[in-house]
Design a protein around this ligand. Structure first.
Ligand SMILES: Cc1cc2nc3c(=O)[nH]c(=O)nc-3n(C[C@H](O)[C@H](O)[C@H](O)COP(=O)(O)OP(=O)(O)OC[C@H]3O[C@@H](n4cnc5c(N)ncnc54)[C@H](O)[C@@H]3O)c2cc1C
Length: 203
């Protein structure tokens, strides 16, 4: 796993703002939610910021990271164009928190290879709340029955290879994977970063 910074802002209260549907604009890497009379705007920017390469402090738990306005500015600029009321409303909160990413943007579920009877549900790539019910149910049934309740190939931790512990590989690769959350998910998409870590003898 590799941590990455995830950014969102919450506006000041906007007079007259009522409940709105959640909006995702993948082309602008942005999501919007109405939140108690304020607008929340979050981003899955194309080039993300990995965090914690020199270790994560023992005491770090659900904490905030420093804001980085320059990094968020392109998203905000497009958002103000999309939702002009954001230009009028001030920013109440600028939030930056780390999240856990995997090299292929799919979470790790299943039995750890190295230890008997240790089960993993981790690396939720920013959709851990959204996925919790299903991932929990699937893993519980898998633990109970000793067999996957349905096809979980794309999230099975068995796909992880030892070379993927390489820290430079992880850091480079997650600069890309966070941004891919809002990219086209076509089959067999090849990642562009951290190439050449493993080569065949023919190479
Ligand atoms: C800013 C931000 C916005 C997000 N927005 C969304 C969203 O809109 N939708 C969505 O689906 N997801 C969102 N997420 C992602 C979601 O919060 C995570 O994917 C999810 O919380 C991960 O759950 P988890 O159980 O894997 O890990 P965590 O929630 O991190 O839980 C791990 C737990 O393990 C505990 N722990 C750690 N070390 C030890 C130890 N040694 N011994 C015992 N306990 C330990 C920790 O205290 C913690 O309680 C967001 C995350 C961030 C940071």
């Amino acid at each position: 796993l590799q941590a990455c910074e995830h950014f969102y802002i919450v506006s000041e209260p906007i007079p007259g703002l009522q409940a709105l549907p959640v909006l995702r604009v993948p082309d602008e890497c942005a999501y919007y939610k109405e939140d108690a009379g304020k607008m929340m705007l979050g981003a899955f920017e194309p080039k993300s910021k990995p965090w914690g390469m020199n270790g994560i402090p023992e005491s770090f738990e659900f904490d905030q990271l420093p804001e980085d306005f320059d990094h968020f500015e392109p998203i905000l600029e497009a958002a103000v164009n999309r939702m002009p009321m954001l230009a009028e409303a001030g920013i109440h909160t600028f939030f930056n928190g780390p999240e856990s990413f995997t090299p292929d943007n799919a979470y790790y579920l299943g039995q750890a290879r190295e230890m008997d009877n240790v089960w993993v549900a981790a690396g939720f790539n920013s959709i851990g709340i959204q996925s919790a019910g299903g991932a929990g149910m699937a893993l519980a049934q898998w633990m109970e029955d000793g067999a996957k309740p349905f096809d979980l190939g794309d999230v099975d931790i068995a796909r992880a290879q030892p070379f993927q512990r390489n820290r430079r590989y992880l850091k480079e690769r997650v600069t890309e994977t966070l941004g891919l959350l809002y990219a086209d998910h076509y089959p067999y998409r090849q990642k562009a970063t951290a190439r050449g870590v493993r080569r065949t003898p023919f190479h």
